[in-house]
Design a protein around this ligand. Structure first.
Ligand code: AMP
Length: 280
């Protein structure tokens, strides 16, 4: 496994691989790898000749009062996991190489980014689309793998790739969960034992909503009212958003159908967790 930090060196490496006819599959991450990331790497390994992993905690997608400085990092462990997942190339650049002095260019996907996480984290998706576009230009992958855990991010990236004619296939991969249902996230380490217990309210809310929808309740507001009560019963939980949306437009749906996705963001103490699922 080769580890590169320099942007130009990485781009030259991938351009040479493309010229040699290799298929590049790519998994972008912010590191602190867990089984969710590993599932993307496993699929990436199967889909390309060369598997590239990027590890970069992207400053432009964090708001001023968010957790950029405290975001968990463990490069040594990440590299060991990457090696065991069969990664060929790791790209771990420094922020000043990615955003050098004078940097002034951003990618902005409209509308989809005003909703949900975009409403509560202004500028977040502009940071995400900018970094993903830059990563694609450097890594030149034919296929890139993203988790459905970040459902809105996946939708926004698909929109960007379509709109900007970026020649890459975007593969969306299922959410990997802990045995008790909590969606895996690098941020789960922030939770105390009691918060970790209360965090189960997210996945349990999804199961409740699915049970209701599958037993014939198709009024979104009735389902959401049940969930709101359930979440608010947890002392450390504060709802950021709780919505039933169309899978493509991310707009609110009054009636549940096969395109309905429940999306939720809940603070457990100071930690903001997200989860989602189709309902039918
Ligand atoms: P992150 O390091 O949090 O930026 O995530 C990197 C990639 O891993 C993104 O495409 C995420 O959607 C994906 N990912 C994170 N958590 C999970 C999970 N629990 N299951 C599947 N994919 C995940």
């Amino acid at each position: 496994m080769e580890i590169l930090h320099d942007t130009m060196a990485m781009q030259q490496r991938t351009l040479a691989l493309r010229a040699a006819g290799k298929t590049i599959s790519f998994v972008p991450t912010m590191g602190y790898l867990h089984a969710g990331h590993l599932s993307l790497l496993r699929e990436g390994r199967a889909r390309g000749d060369v598997l590239v992993l990027s590890i970069f905690v992207n400053p432009t997608q964090f708001g001023p009062n968010e957790d950029l400085d405290s975001y968990p990092r463990d490069m040594e462990n990440d590299l060991a996991l990457a090696r065991s997942a069969g990664v060929d190339l790791v790209w771990a650049p420094l922020p000043k190489q990615v955003y050098p002095e004078g940097y002034a260019t951003y990618v902005d996907v409209e509308r989809l980014t005003d909703l949900l996480c975009g409403a509560s984290r202004p500028g977040h998706f502009r940071g995400v689309t900018t970094i993903v576009c830059k990563l694609f230009n450097v890594v030149q992958p034919q296929v890139a793998l993203f988790g459905q855990k970040d459902f809105q991010q996946l939708t926004v990236i698909r929109r960007m790739v379509t709109d900007l004619n970026i020649p890459v296939e975007i593969a969306g991969m299922p959410i990997v969960r802990e045995a008790d249902g909590l969606a895996m996230s690098s941020r789960n380490v922030y939770l105390s034992t009691e918060q970790r217990r209360q965090a189960l309210v997210l996945s349990q809310s999804i199961m409740t909503a699915q049970r209701l929808a599958r037993s014939g309740e198709c009024d979104s507001s009735a389902i959401l009212a049940v969930l709101r009560q359930k979440i608010e019963a947890e002392s450390e939980a504060r709802i950021d958003y709780l919505q039933i949306c169309h899978q493509l437009t991310l707009e609110d749906q009054k009636r549940v159908d096969a395109d309905s996705v429940l999306l939720l963001a809940v603070f457990i103490g100071k930690t903001r967790l997200i989860d989602n699922s189709f309902l039918l």
